[in-house]
Design a protein around this ligand. Structure first.
Ligand code: DSN
Length: 423
């Protein structure tokens, strides 16, 4: 029989680190736009015996025996993804958003083909052509950005670049962009040059599930996404596509990019997709957006400039130079983390500072919304963050505001105090 002793007995050192991470998640206020808190049931599925099973292939077409229940789990995840987003086809095996993107590119492109996507320093993702990433090494990328004045996508510029470079693929969907994206306009541009239109919806898929953001599925040939951000499910990737790309996508995920999928994660994805289809998830997704708007507004009212003037989704960037020309994203994020607010430094468009330093912060509201915070708390939090940054060298003020941050975190914990962090 397998060793059935609990982790505290088998590996106390590891158990303690997990428990300390639970305490960190409880004690801090989390504003990293890509993070969230999963449900207990998600942890149960994720930590289940499904991790024991190999199942290369797809439901009904496996290279291993004994997959009858794995087939059921994966089919459930596929059906739920298709239904939730209105997709012709879904692949739920991608281990992460990056691997979903890799598979999607390799499904329809040849090495050396051209892709037009948003530049990383303007809001795009590492897998949208960064030279250090597989994407920039295998494909030739051309980057579009935002307009210097509005800090929003200039579709005329996207169209101009598309016609100039004639890429085989156009990518929309970003890691640090707070505005609605006009999916239909992007598709029109892609059609003008015969390109595949791919949407990387990793950040916003949860909002789409909850009808809090327009759905790209009717417009895009392929949509890649993650299930662990605003969707509040297990860590992993999914790919949705039109029927004509279904075979190529499945083949690209397995056997081109991956071997055996992680079946426990597929089960947890199935659960997340079910939870995201419920009526209460709509309320949650819309509250994420409402909270982001109120938090951005509160910070702006305190004099901290919000990039593009606001947000339509779950996140936004702030320009720290508006409150202190010397303050960098690195210093601000480290200072805030040490005083109870965890977020990440982020380049703002046309940032003169290097990416490891930056002039900006990125803030997102999925996790605080999962913890139960509403507009009232966002107003307070926005004020506290700006005051903490402004008065960071005044110990009396820092102490005062840190106490208020702690009170807020205590009132809205991520998990119960006695939860060890595993099931
Ligand atoms: N690392 C994620 C983010 O923070 O946006 C994307 O992969």
């Amino acid at each position: 029989m397998s060793d059935m002793r609990p982790i505290e007995e088998v590996d106390p050192q590891l158990a303690e680190l997990i428990q300390r991470e639970v305490k960190r998640q409880r004690d801090q206020i989390h504003l990293i736009a890509s993070e969230n808190y999963v449900s207990y049931a998600t942890m149960q599925a994720s930590g289940s015996v499904l991790t024991n099973k190999y199942s290369e292939g797809y439901p009904g077409r496996r290279y291993y025996e004994g997959c009858e229940f794995i087939d059921g789990v994966e089919s459930l995840a596929i059906d739920r993804a298709k239904r939730l987003f209105g997709a012709d086809h879904a692949n739920v095996q991608a281990l992460s958003g990056s691997q979903a993107n890799m598979a999607a590119y390799l499904a329809v492109l040849e090495p050396g083909d051209k892709i037009l996507g948003m530049a990383l320093d303007q809001g795009g993702h590492l897998t949208h052509g960064a030279s250090v990433n597989f994407s920039g090494r295998i494909f030739e990328f051309f980057g579009y950005g935002v307009d210097r004045e509005t800090e929003q996508i200039d579709l005329d510029e996207v169209r101009r670049l598309a016609h100039e470079h004639r890429p085989q693929m156009i990518v929309a969907g970003y890691s640090a962009y707070s505005r609605y994206i006009d999916w239909a306009a992007f598709r029109e541009i892609a059609d003008e040059i015969g390109a595949v239109f791919l949407v990387d919806a990793a950040h916003i898929i949860g909002l789409i599930a909850g009808s809090a953001h327009p759905n790209p599925v009717p417009h895009a040939h392929i949509v890649t996404a993650t299930t662990h951000k605003a969707l509040q499910g297990a860590r992993g990737g999914i790919i949705l596509c039109k029927e004509e790309f279904a075979k190529a996508i499945d083949k690209a995920v397995f056997p081109v990019v991956q071997g055996g999928a992680i079946n426990s994660q597929i089960a947890a994805k199935a659960l997340g997709l079910e939870q995201a289809s419920r009526a209460e998830f709509k309320t949650y997704a819309n509250q994420i957006v409402r909270n982001a708007k109120v938090l951005a507004g509160a910070m702006d009212d305190e004099g901290l400039r919000v990039v593009s003037g606001g947000t339509d989704n779950h996140m936004f960037l702030v320009d720290l130079r508006s409150i202190d020309t010397e303050l960098t994203g690195k210093e601000a994020s480290q200072f805030l983390d040490a005083h109870g607010v965890t977020l990440n430094r982020n380049a703002i468009p046309f940032d003169p500072r290097p990416p490891f330093i930056t002039s900006g912060l990125r803030l997102g509201t999925p996790a605080v919304t999962s913890a139960g915070m509403m507009q009232e708390q966002m107003v307070l939090l926005g004020k506290l963050i700006v005051e903490l940054l402004r008065k960071r060298i005044d110990p009396y003020s820092v102490n005062l505001y840190t106490g208020q941050v702690r009170e807020l975190a205590e009132a809205f914990p991520a998990y119960p105090a006695d939860f060890p962090g595993y099931v």
